[in-house]
Design a protein around this ligand. Structure first.
Ligand SMILES: Nc1ncnc2c1ncn2[C@@H]1O[C@H](COP(=O)(O)OP(=O)(O)OP(=O)(O)O)[C@@H](O)[C@H]1O
Length: 266
């Protein structure tokens, strides 16, 4: 079996020369390389179609890369068999723009779904969760301000509350990294602020690494430690928020376009 404990000195996540071709025309990802360390908060910005979602999906092998390699804790994700891939994925949480909850199920049931990756198929299918797992889920739900909604169906929640359920579901995995695909794109400015502050808190306090796809440059500037700018499948900027000048923003988005902004709650 592949050894999947972290190799000494290896970065948490290493993306090397990754290419992704969907249909043989222009590649969606074109020679992408970067690595991230423990607890880093990395925002990925770029115009629509730049390849941001494709990049996240290649990292946890929801889709296969066409060339290059993704290494998580020093282990090549593309080489893993099904069982070892499941183990690696259990350390990689995911948060989606449209939440991806089972709407007819309750908050606690959705959060516990985050434990499925760590279970055998049978106990997962039977919905068997330990007392500890339930306690941890309850604690996270309270921490995210949803205590009074624990047994409420998710279709009764607001968008911001649904996204907090999505965050609790990712956190209950005890992830080392969380991939967030436009987590605030469906939310109003106030709910967006709550979500971004929660994410920042988990990165600071639990040292969870975050890779967050964003359409709002001002949000990336405000919360991230590092920004990757992607254009046409290539990284055209990799630096600190303070280094992201208007010229670099224009380069990321194309000179004829101004970068999108939001009216952001202060
Ligand atoms: N399943 C797919 N099949 C074929 N082409 C795809 C598929 N998914 C994405 N693409 C193409 O790959 C490119 C990158 O798309 P991707 O969704 O990764 O960009 P994005 O930066 O996340 O865009 P957005 O900000 O609009 O979500 C685009 O040209 C897109 O049309």
């Amino acid at each position: 079996m592949t050894q999947i404990s972290q190799l000494p000195g290896a970065p948490l996540l290493e993306v090397s020369h990754v290419m992704k071709n969907y249909d043989g025309t222009r590649p969606a990802l074109d020679d992408i390389s970067f690595s991230i360390g423990k607890g880093e908060f990395v925002a990925v910005i770029g115009p629509s179609g730049a390849g941001k979602s494709t990049l996240l999906r290649c990292i946890n092998r929801m889709i296969d890369v066409s060339d290059g390699e993704v290494r998580f804790e020093g282990v090549s994700v593309s080489q893993l068999n099904r069982r070892d891939l499941k183990k690696v994925r259990s350390k990689i949480g995911m948060i989606f723009q449209h939440y991806n909850l089972v709407e007819r199920l309750t908050v606690i049931e959705n959060v516990l779904h985050g434990r499925l990756g760590s279970k055998s198929t049978l106990s997962g299918a039977l919905g068997r969760y330990s007392r500890d797992e339930k306690r941890q889920a309850m604690e996270l739900i309270s921490m995210l301000g949803l205590a009074e909604h624990v047994y409420q169906r998710c279709d009764r929640l607001s968008g911001g509350q649904k996204q907090r359920v999505g965050i609790a579901r990712a956190l209950v995995q005890d992830p080392k990294v969380i991939l967030c695909d436009e987590p605030i794109a469906s939310l109003d400015p106030n709910a967006s602020k709550v979500i971004m502050e929660q994410l920042k808190r988990f990165s600071n306090e639990m040292h969870i690494s975050l890779i967050v796809n964003l359409h709002q440059v001002d949000v990336a500037l405000r919360y991230s430690d590092r920004i990757l700018g992607v254009n046409k499948g290539r990284i055209v900027f990799d630096g600190r928020p303070s280094e992201l000048s208007p010229e670099r923003i224009a380069e990321i988005y194309g000179t004829e376009l101004s970068a999108p902004r939001v009216r952001y709650a202060s």
